[in-house]
Ligand binder design. Sequence first.
Ligand code: HEC
Ligand code: HEC
Length: 238
Amino acid sequence: MKAPATAVITLSVLLVSLAGVSAAETQKADLEQGKKLFNACKGCHEIGTGARNKVGPHLDGVFGRTAGSIKGFKYSSAMKDAGKNGLIWDEKNLGEYLEKPRDFITGNRMSFRGMVKPQDRVNLLAWLASISKTAPANDPNTAQKNPIPGFTAAVLKLDGDREYGEYLSGECVTCHQVSGHADGIPSIVGIPKEYFITSLFEYKSNIRSNDVMKLRVENLTNEEVAALAAYFSSLDPK
Ligand code: HEC
Ligand code: HEC
C-alpha cells in the first residue's frame, strides 16, 4: 500500500516539526524503516484494509480518531476517559504516546515500553499515516467491507454461558494468564468476542498452524467456544 509521493513529503515535513524534535536533529521520514518499526506493534495491532481488533484496537485510520472510540474493543477506562476529554490522535499525540505510553495516559493498559528514538517515531508515524490515508477506518462502511466469517457469525448467535466458560477456562489459564500478563503467550483477557471466536476457528481449520492451540480447540463444540468467548471477553484486563 503506497500513499502518493506528494502526500508523503508533506507529511514528513509535518511530522518532523510535530514529533517534538527540531528538523536539524532528524533526517526525513523513512517509510521503509517505519514499516519495519511496526513489527513492534504487530503482535497486538492490525492495520490496513479489513484490520481487526486484536489484543489492541485496530489502527486503521488512527489519525483523526478519538482515543478509545473503536466499537467492540474493550478499552481501559483511562483510555476511554482520555477520549471523552477530547484526545484525538494526531501526529503530536501519537508521538508522545509512543514515546512513553504509561506517562502519556496514566492507567492505560498498552504493554509497550515506548519508542525512545525520535527518528524512529518520525519514521513509524509517517508510515502509519501513509497507510491511514488509504484506508480510513472511521468510515461507517468498514464493518461491511470486513465481513464476519460464517462460523463466527453462527457462534456469535449462540448465547454463550459465561459460567460454563469460566469452568472450561481452567484448560486455558495455565498458559493464558487471567491477569493478562503475556510472557510470549498472547493475552486473551478482554479480547472482543468476534476476534476470539474467529481465531479459535482459524486454529480448528488450519488457517493458523500453532500445534499447541490446534490441540486445545479441535474438540471444542460451538457451545463451548461461545461460552469461552463470553467468559474471556467479560474479563477486565489489569
Ligand atoms: C502488548 C500489546 C501492545 C503492543 C506491543 C502495542 N500496543 Fe498499542 N495498544 C494495546 C492495547 C491493549 C491498547 C488499548 C489500551 C487501553 O485501552 O488502555 C492499545 C492502544 C493503542 C492506541 C490507541 C488507539 C485508540 O483506539 O485509541 C494506539 C494509537 C496504539 N496502541 C499504537 C501502538 C503502536 C504504534 C504500537 C507499536 C509501536 C503499539 N501500539 C504497540 C496493545 C499494544
Ligand atoms: C499450552 C499453552 C496453551 C493453552 C493451554 C492454551 N493456549 Fe491459547 N495460545 C497459546 C499460544 C502459544 C498461542 C499463540 C499461538 C500462535 O502464535 O498462533 C495461543 C493463542 C490463542 C488465541 C489467539 C490470540 C491472538 O491474539 O490471536 C486464542 C483466542 C487462544 N489462544 C485461546 C485459548 C483458549 C480458549 C484456550 C483454552 C481452551 C487456550 N487458548 C489454551 C497457548 C496456549
